[in-house]
Write a protein that binds this ligand. Structure first.
Ligand code: SF4
Length: 154
């Protein structure tokens, strides 16, 4: 898996102060996508074990308390990304059990395959669905268009 951006302190993508990772790779090609440079899986830079360890360390850091981790992109549930994302969310649950995980995907919750659903079993808040330009509303929080749904899963 590759990624484009990592913010160790972020207050925009989800509730509270968070760590946020924007991964590479998206198949949805939504018209009006604000992040087209993330579509290719080989764009950005490799997501290494060093980076994974950094995220865990940031979540554990007591000096700046984070509520959790946000995963966006690109699409964290792109088939190419699912193994690395699954490994990351398992580590967060095991090593940072008090942190929540939010995930944004262009897929729809009830259409996910088995391994995508396994990832979702670790996710607290899922924002799903493609970005639909005709349903765009800038006043929406944490989503861009009305068709997208915020699922509070656990
Ligand atoms: S799912 Fe997100 S990143 Fe992918 S094309 Fe749609 S808006 Fe862009």
């Amino acid at each position: 898996m590759n990624y484009h951006q990592y913010y160790s302190v972020d207050v925009v993508n989800g509730s509270g102060t968070r760590c946020t990772l924007f991964v590479s790779g998206c198949l949805h090609q939504c018209r009006g996508c604000y992040n087209q440079n993330t579509w290719r899986v080989d764009s950005g830079q490799p997501f290494t074990l060093v980076m994974e360890n950094q995220i865990i360390a940031d979540l554990k850091d007591q000096r700046i308390k984070r509520q959790g981790l946000s995963l966006s992109g690109g699409d964290p549930l792109h088939p190419h990304n699912v193994p690395a994302i699954l490994q990351l969310v398992k580590r967060v649950k095991e090593e940072c059990p008090d942190k929540d995980i939010w995930l944004w995907t262009g897929y729809v919750l009830n259409e996910l395959n088995d391994i995508q659903q396994e990832v979702i079993s670790y996710i607290h808040v899922l924002v799903d669905g493609k970005f639909e330009q005709a349903l765009y509303n800038p006043t929406l929080i944490w989503r861009g268009s009305h068709n997208q749904v915020i699922h509070y899963l656990r």
